[in-house]
Ligand binder design. Structure first.
Ligand code: OX2
Length: 834
């Protein structure tokens, strides 16, 4: 039974568990208590990092108080909760974000200043929590901020990787990868919960038996077990008491140590099992939008799924409701197919362990889950070899075959004799070996499937799930356009602009209701406002130029047009089209007279982003960028008009400097390939314009900001297939300007061109349509240059565009999910719990 304080002690508990006050002296006392007691430092043994740690611990106390209050409130009120299952959470740094969300920044600034440190310096000491690859992981982090801010009873579940996404360094212009051991100096933001742990089984065998009521049943036995331990990461809402939790699992051995082996002198073997268990949560797989079928990755997925479901079920069982009420209490969102085994695992628990019938169980499962699809690119769709799953999870493989059979029987009923349809829709892809198509499994086991932007959600319905729409009906397939949190991506990253907006709107309420930004449009023509707006941009460009100087040694002029493309390296995102465009620009500058040069808009082109370590072509694109940069930046004839930068090790913290400083950002994926994109939203929100294709969320951004305030170009999604076909079978010549660029590379101007041949070779089949889009791309660039020359008109565009971004708050996305898919309502933490 749970312990309760004796009546006489209750008042003591209440009194001393109250959140500390936030006056200067109390903060200083808390800082010094943590410096001396938590860290065992003293005034003569302090440094900036220790000061960061002490500050973090002090802020963490506030988080924990609110976290406790929120948990207490939720367990008393017992509302329906949403569980956001994601193999990635790209959180970035926490200190600044927590201070701002808790509204404590000014208090800490003064208090820490009084002790002799500067809060901005301390913020810079923190290492990023980089437990994600790119957009998908960052989306999860934005969603957690919105869930907390909007008071929804929500949990995030994920893995506490010991190594996050690798650190990227440039060696001779090539990407080289270094491990991201982010936990070296501890992590003040996590709370290890050794008391919250679960066994997770792998391998073993399935036993068939007859139970007391004469039913044939199965149980999964034997194999090996590891332990999942919880690590909690508090996520504070903005201007609310609510503080929710991301629970990240780490793996531990079940048997600490094999003493028998040890005593026999077999030291290696005695620690082997321990190592293997710990390995499960060692490292994040560094592939974005690309499936690699490694056993350890499958182990990660099941480990995470098993621990999470045990935790959810334990919480559900506390209130002794019947199983039939599970979907009224629990909504589980699958962030892509990575956690899809959860569907199978819940079915297994319900029939094998809880004794429900297959149909009762399946009814609960299919009313609990919903699934977000983030891509229609074939190489990114997960499929696991049947022998792999059979070996690791024998009972799950049985259940998958069984649910597939029942499903296909229903398909057969609706479309009798349509064998090709059965083949297309099956969860099992036939072949040697067979594969399990995770997207089919996720769609069959979920009540809703959503895409992440309008166009993408249409593509989901007409391509990968066309047959499923015919079978289930179109209501199951919905759109929830992505969003970004304005707290981190404007208030925190761009304090200058945030302050200006608050001044004009009379307070900070817009940060919780981004549609209010609309009122800023009224100032778009106001020259005084334009100047202030562009002055903030200018200062952000200086901040970026300082950073660039620091990491690359190159000097940038903030008067130039800053043109940024920062995202994971991928052929579909077409960074190579951008660098080919830069080469074209450079060659043109070289051929210009002095008089012509004087009319040119100076430009700084900035790239940043990581390539998957095994993605050869993507890595070659980086090498080409850095090779061209070496030549361009050293050319006195053009250096006033063109600079080229590759910022290494792009991550959330770099994005926070880069995004507020851009005049133009590029989102130039081949139409139909980028599901949404989310940095496009951040750039416009920060007063930059987009050069983009008619793809993903660019389209909806264009609808909001108006066609004069975005630079669109390129083939449309509906044309892409025909263009590919035509190129392939009709000997279409390559675009002449692109040919010129290729020649320039092959001339050796940017170093030995032989190394770039494999990259140039991709242009022969040109799957991503660079040739088709190249001239329109260059023409769009000319429109950008012309527009940038008119300072006031440019400012007006930027202001209008930024003020039109209300739709793209992740708060709106989360409200969409909550109302239409999860059916949950806000539960604010009221005073009696605080
Ligand atoms: C990304 C998508 O590529 C991107 O377009 C989208 O904005 C983001 O997810 C968030 O929805 N892995 N990463 C993604 O998809 C996959 C698969």
């Amino acid at each position: 039974p749970a312990w309760a304080p004796p009546a006489a002690a209750e008042q003591i508990w209440n009194e001393f568990s109250k959140e500390e006050s936030t006056d200067e002296a109390t903060i200083q006392k808390s800082f010094i208590r943590h410096a001396t007691k938590t860290l065992a430092r003293s005034s003569y043994n302090m440094d900036q990092f220790a000061a960061y740690q002490a500050t973090a611990h002090s802020v963490r106390d506030h988080l924990i108080d609110r976290w406790n209050a929120t948990q207490h409130c939720h367990s008393v009120k017992d509302p329906k909760r949403v569980y956001y299952m994601s193999l990635e959470f790209l959180i970035g740094r926490t200190l600044d974000n927590a201070l701002l969300n808790l509204n404590l920044k000014d208090h800490y600034k003064r208090a820490i200043g009084g002790i002799g440190f500067t809060i901005e310096d301390l913020v810079d000491e923190e290492v990023d929590a980089a437990l994600g690859n790119g957009g998908l992981g960052r989306l999860a982090a934005c969603f957690m901020d919105s869930l907390a801010t909007l008071d929804y009873p929500a949990w995030g579940y994920g893995i506490r990787y010991e190594y996050g996404i690798f650190q990227q360094k440039l060696v001779d212009g090539y990407q080289t990868e270094y491990p991201d051991y982010w936990l070296t100096f501890g992590n003040p933001w996590e709370i290890q919960r050794l008391d919250v742990s679960y066994d997770v089984r792998f391998r073993g065998y399935v036993e068939k038996y007859v139970d007391v009521s004469g039913q044939t049943r199965y149980r999964w036995e034997g194999g090996e077990k590891v332990v999942a331990v919880a690590n909690d990461y508090p996520i504070p809402g903005f201007q609310t008491k609510n503080c929710i939790n991301i629970r990240l699992w780490s793996s531990k051995p079940k048997k600490e140590f094999d003493f028998a082996s040890f005593n026999e002198g077999n030291y290696d073997k005695s620690v082997e099992e321990q190592k293997a268990a710990e390995n499960i949560t060692s490292v994040l797989y560094p592939n974005d939008n690309h499936m690699v079928g490694k056993v350890l990755r499958l182990k990660q997925q099941y480990f995470f799924v098993s621990a999470t479901l045990q935790d959810i079920i334990r919480r559900f069982k506390k209130t002794s409701r019947p199983w039939s009420e599970f979907p009224q209490q629990v909504s589980i969102q699958l962030n892509d197919t990575h956690p899809t085994l959860s569907i199978v695992e819940l079915q297994r628990i319900l029939i094998d362990e809880e004794g429900l019938t297959w149909d009762e169980a399946w009814d609960i499962v299919t009313h609990t889950y919903s699934y977000t699809n983030h891509t229609v690119l074939p190489e990114a769709l997960e499929k696991w070899a049947v022998p792999l799953i059979s070996d690791l999870l024998p009972r799950h493989m049985m259940i998958i075959f069984e649910l597939n059979l029942y499903f296909l029987q229903r398909v057969e009923k609706l479309f009798p004799g349509d064998r090709d349809r059965l083949r297309r829709m099956s969860v099992i892809e036939e072949g040697h070996p067979q594969y399990v198509r995770m997207a089919h499994l996720a769609a069959i086991g979920s009540h809703h499937v959503n895409g992440v932007a309008e166009l993408h959600s249409e593509l989901v319905k007409t391509t990968i799930f066309a047959d499923f729409v015919e079978f289930f009906g179109k209501e199951k397939f919905v759109n929830v356009t992505n969003g970004v949190t304005p707290r981190r991506w404007l208030h925190q990253a761009n304090p200058g602009l945030s302050t200006l907006i608050s001044e004009k709107l009379g307070g900070t309420a817009w940060l919780k209701d981004l549609s209010q930004l609309d009122k800023i449009k009224a100032f778009a023509d106001d020259v005084g406002f334009q100047n202030r707006f562009m002055d903030i941009k200018y200062k952000n460009k200086i901040r970026l130029a300082e950073y660039v100087k620091d990491v690359t040694g190159v000097t940038l002029s903030p008067d130039a047009l800053f043109d940024v493309q920062c995202k994971r390296l991928h052929e579909y995102k077409r960074q190579h089209m951008n660098i080919f465009g830069v080469i074209h620009r450079y060659e043109k500058l070289k051929s210009m007279s002095k008089a012509e040069l004087e009319k040119v808009v100076p430009r700084v082109v900035i790239f940043a982003g990581k390539a998957a370590p095994g993605y050869y072509t993507a890595k070659l694109i980086i090498k080409l960028i850095t090779s061209v940069a070496n030549v361009v930046n050293a050319d006195p004839q053009t250096s006033e008009y063109l600079k080229l930068i590759f910022i290494p090790n792009y991550n959330v913290s770099v994005a926070e400097i880069l995004i507020p400083a851009s005049d133009l950002s590029q989102h130039i994926s081949t139409a139909g390939t980028e599901a949404s994109g989310t940095s496009n939203m951040k750039f416009v929100l920060n007063g930059g314009l987009i050069l983009g294709t008619v793809d993903g969320a660019n389209i909806e951004i264009g609808e909001e900001v108006g066609k004069d305030n975005i630079f669109f170009f390129g083939a449309l999604t509906a044309e892409v297939e025909d263009i590919r076909h035509h190129q392939m079978y009709h000997n279409v010549a390559m675009d002449a300007k692109l040919q010129g660029v290729i020649k320039s590379i092959q001339s050796g101007r940017y170093g030995d061109s032989v190394i770039f041949e494999p990259l140039l070779g991709t242009l022969r089949s040109d799957y991503y349509l660079l040739s088709k889009d190249f001239t329109p791309y260059l023409e769009a660039m000319e429109r950008v240059d012309a527009a940038f020359k008119n300072k006031s008109a440019w400012a007006k565009k930027c202001i209008t565009a930024a003020a039109s971004m209300g739709k793209f708050s992740s708060d709106r996305s989360i409200q969409d999910y909550a109302k239409r898919i999860w059916k949950i309502t806000p539960v604010p933490t009221t005073e009696e719990f605080a």
